[in-house]
Design a binder for this molecule. Sequence first.
Ligand code: PMP
Length: 437
Amino acid sequence: QTHFLSHSLQAKMSRPVQARRLEGIDKNIWVDFVKLAATYSKVNLGQGFPDFPAPDFLTEALTRALGGGNHMLHQYTRGFGHPPLVKVLAQFFEKLLGRDLDPMTNVMVTVGAYQALFCCFQALVDEGDEVIIIEPFFDCYEPMVKMAGGTPVFVPLRPNPPKDGKLMSSADWQLDPAELASKFSERTKAIVLNSPNNPLGKVFSREELGLIAELCVKHDVLCISDEVYEWLVYDGKQHIRIASLQGMWDRTVMIGSAGKTFSVTGWKVGWAVGPDRLLQHLRTVHQNSVYHCATIAQEAVAQGFQRELMLYGKPESYFVQLPKELQQKRDWLIQSLDSVGMKPIIPEGTYFLVADISQFKSDVPDVPNSDEPYDYRFVKWMVKNKGLAAIPLSAFYSEAHKNNFTNFIRFCFAKEEATLKAAKDILQKWKQEKTSS
Ligand code: PMP
């Protein structure tokens, strides 16, 4: 009897436990690299979050929400978004898009931009659908498309280095119009656009967005527009919202993040803005998965937006001040990297920049025929031996194209002056050791 029981229990245990939709997406670079940075780094320019404080007006709003008279802020709120937050987001985006928005049907609040992305893929992508992803890309797009049963189709931004010996800019990475057009077919359901782009910092121009829009309209394709870095644009460049282009509002979901907008990545408040015909399906996914995110965080973000609406375009606006400060930090890191020969690609937006490690490769020998891309090995070595954390660029490429881009690493410059200075000291010391050896 006992023997029979243990046998049958064992037989049950051998059934596959993992759902088929998880096949091939179980590896994730953030798990490895975040752990590595936590264990070894003295200076962490890896993952994208600020190490400086959030603005006072926002933390004060949170404190008020927490301890103020309204104890209902500790309870559930409206599932698709706390009313004050969807209302102010609608007002804000009405101004930016020049069209009327209904807070209840054109805006949905999510658990970070991450969940807005997840809702898009689950709600809009069907088995067998193709989704175009522009490389390099924020890495979660690929597994999210696959989990929905779709097939990612990649199209690269191709670098054209300037001939005059100047530093490359993210604007030198461009889509080949014919190549992009060749990826659209009757199977294409959507394209993911991320401008300003993580990891390059590219801010797509009006012409580039026009080309994408034209193809979307021609092939009746949806656009999932990840705009979490919408306020982080430098050198007087302008962030253009693809939803404002002809024929695009009805087919676009815009995604934003309070984490990136107000330097509070840990709050995990994000949103989706778009036409009801698309958002109604995102609401179904949201309702049946997370329901909503923390009420008090939504309340404080709503107050942050009310402040920004009042100060819109004025010098005191956080959306004016933050990019100004970050541009200085960007220039500082560019100078530090350039001075040691780790050539940076100047980002037009975001708080990331990508740098060329070619001149440092002799310190970190390649292992021929290894499964691991070279830049992964380089970053691991750098964290362990120099205490400086970054992220390998090839992490932002599909498996098939990873090996073409193993000479670059990504740094985050949303950091205190002291952190950036410590990074510079590490790089300079390393460079000196190289020249003297
Ligand atoms: N999209 C992009 C391009 C990002 O870089 C990030 C965060 N690194 C997200 C979405 C996720 O944002 P959130 O933290 O609001 O979920």
